[in-house]
Design a protein around this ligand. Structure first.
Ligand SMILES: Nc1ncnc2c1ncn2[C@@H]1O[C@H](COP(=O)(O)OP(=O)(O)OP(=O)(O)O)[C@@H](O)[C@H]1O
Length: 322
């Protein structure tokens, strides 16, 4: 079932086109990430869906209902931003309850709903604390609860993890995904971090300069990117010709020259823990090759080493447009 449809959304800021005929459909219960470089229009797209930004052209439908001109309050989105924006003078329970009080729920009714959500999201032991007594990750969890307690149809997350340190990000990634599944809530998350998008999303919208380059599952984006931009932005790509690419882990060392091998000279060796990334010069250009660290010949590679690289033809990605 389609819950959300964007049809040719265009948004301009003083003659600058931030969104250029953006169209997609999001299904009920899906977790969709909007991924792309800085300034490509991710936040503008999210804000347009929420009604915080009026679009210039196109339309937005929720469950078949046209909401293009509807105010944010009639769209039933819960939004969480990078900055948690919690009320400093209210404790965790009160922060989460605030929206319910605003809606006119009695203190008792609100307290019951808040207790339920605090329980499911594991914030129980922090319920009486104030924002300044919480870590960034905990504050962001409160912000997510505050959005969820209003029973929105959609959860919109704008770079919710980018203010947190690496370890907390990893933990919260999992937690957000678990919460999303537990509540079966259709979720759209903006991120510029490809790893975050690959690990969390059911489908990813890859944006570039206000347009959608590709919308697909993480696996399909990685294995079959439609063009050079997607191949390069999602994962790492070697370009072997204008319309072909190959991933560094698909290339391997070969003992001898054969049909699919080429001669190469090592110009850089970088240890990455699980693998070595070596860079080589070949007659088809500069290539990155990932060699598992366990592999015996990985350790003996030095700058200037001459070797053969195997290019498995079944791993070559055909790009639809360069
Ligand atoms: N209120 C505004 N007024 C003028 N230009 C704007 C406004 N909001 C966004 N823009 C411009 O629109 C383009 C898209 O901005 P947007 O914030 O959507 O990008 P983004 O992909 O979310 O970037 P980032 O990852 O850096 O947050 C940018 O060029 C930005 O400068």
């Amino acid at each position: 079932m389609t819950t959300l449809r964007a049809i040719n959304i265009t948004k301009r800021f003083k003659g600058m086109t931030a969104l250029d005929r953006v169209s997609f459909e999001i299904r009920d219960g899906e977790f969709v990430c909007i991924l792309g470089p800085s300034g490509c229009g991710k936040s503008t797209l999210l804000r347009s869906l929420a009604g915080l930004e009026a679009i210039d052209e196109g339309s937005i439908e929720i469950g078949g209902r046209d909401v293009t001109c509807a105010p944010p309050s009639e769209r039933n989105f819960g939004i969480v931003f990078q900055s948690y924006a919690l009320f400093p003078n209210l404790n965790v329970e009160e922060n989460i309850a605030y929206g319910l009080w605003n809606k006119g729920l009695s203190k008792d009714e609100a307290a019951e709903r808040v207790a339920g959500i605090i329980e499911t999201t594991g914030l129980g032991c922090h319920s009486k604390k104030y924002p300044q007594q919480l870590s960034g990750g905990q504050q962001q969890r409160v912000a997510i609860c505050r959005a969820l307690v209003l029973n929105p149809e959609f959860l919109l997350l704008d770079e919710p993890l980018s203010a947190l340190d690496a370890k907390v990000r990893l933990k919260l990634r999992k937690e957000i995904r678990q919460i999303q599944q537990r509540f079966a809530i259709t979720t759209i998350m903006v991120t510029h971090d490809q790893e975050e998008a690959l690990s969390m999303a059911d489908r990813i919208i890859v944006m570039n300069e206000g347009r959608i380059e590709q919308m697909d599952t993480p696996q399909a984006l990685y294995d079959a990117p439609v063009n050079g931009f997607v191949a390069d932005f999602v994962g790492t790509a070697n370009f072997v010709g204008a319309d072909r690419a190959i991933r560094p882990e698909s290339l391997c060392l070969s003992k001898s020259l054969s049909d699919n091998t080429i001669q190469a000279e090592v110009c850089d060796v970088e240890y990455r823990g699980a693998f070595y990334r070596i860079e080589v010069d070949t007659h088809v250009g500069h290539l990155m090759v990932d060699i598992p660290s366990q592999q015996s010949d990985a350790k003996v590679l030095r700058l200037g080493s001459r070797l053969y690289i195997d290019i498995p033809q079944d791993k070559v990605i055909m790009l639809k447009s360069a």
